[in-house]
Ligand binder design. Structure first.
Ligand SMILES: *[C@@H]1O[C@H](CO)[C@@H](O)[C@H](O)[C@H]1NC(C)=O
Length: 211
């Protein structure tokens, strides 16, 4: 009798313990340091229905770009929706919706990488894994072309968005508001005053399109 009573107590204690455990630890909240990745529908919506439908020449279908975009978002920890929208919309602006590898005016600037040559070099200098890949190319080769050929051209823009000079503080405030986007654009990207209206419109659409 004593034996049965004590095992009943044990079972009750275990039941209470496990109840306490479940009630004390609800589902963990979404981790603030794990970025939410894009779905293909979100990318297409952010691109305003202007995604190239096939990959050919410099054109990249959104389906083919998506894994690189998500890798970059994950690697450089674009943890807020505002940061992801700023990165995606700026890249869509610079690349003409994924249509060009090189900037039409300045061909040493990559479009998906968003940055002119000296800033692409800063990206390389700040990332030892990329440096190792770049070191396997001849010194005469342009950084922009190395990044495109090694399919690293989606990464510099994501890195710069949150880690470039003048960017972290502004990136921390990106929250969907046009004003905060404009401050980030001017102080971190500096894409030119005449482009601000279009960039802000693209940002607003990207922010609405993703989560
Ligand atoms: C999206 O496309 C529509 C129709 O072409 C256009 O009117 C609108 O301005 C575009 N939106 C953005 C943010 O580019």
């Amino acid at each position: 009798m004593m034996q049965r009573f004590s095992s009943l107590i044990t079972i009750l204690a275990l039941a209470i313990a496990s109840f306490a455990l479940t009630s004390a630890s609800p589902l963990p909240p979404p981790q603030a340091h794990e970025p939410t990745l894009l779905t293909i529908d979100e990318l297409k919506a952010a691109a305003n229905g202007s995604c190239p439908t096939q990959t050919s020449g410099e054109l990249l279908a959104c389906e083919d770009a998506l894994p690189y975009i998500n890798d970059a978002i994950n690697k450089y920890k674009l943890v807020t929706r505002g940061q992801r929208a700023a990165y995606i919309s700026t890249m869509l602006f610079e690349s003409g919706h994924l249509r060009f590898n090189h900037n039409l005016v300045n061909p040493t600037q990559g479009t998906r990488s968003m940055l002119p040559q000296e800033n692409l070099q800063r990206f390389v200098d700040a990332n030892s894994d990329v440096q190792k890949i770049v070191a396997t190319y001849p010194a005469s080769k342009l950084v922009v072309d190395i990044l495109i050929e090694s399919r690293l051209d989606f990464q510099p823009g994501a890195w710069w968005t949150v880690s470039g000079p003048g960017c972290p503080d502004r990136a921390a405030t990106l929250d969907g508001s046009s004003n905060n986007f404009l401050l980030w654009e001017i102080e971190c990207i500096g894409g030119g005053i005449e482009t601000l209206e279009q960039r802000t419109a693209l940002f607003g659409l990207a922010y609405q399109s993703i989560h």
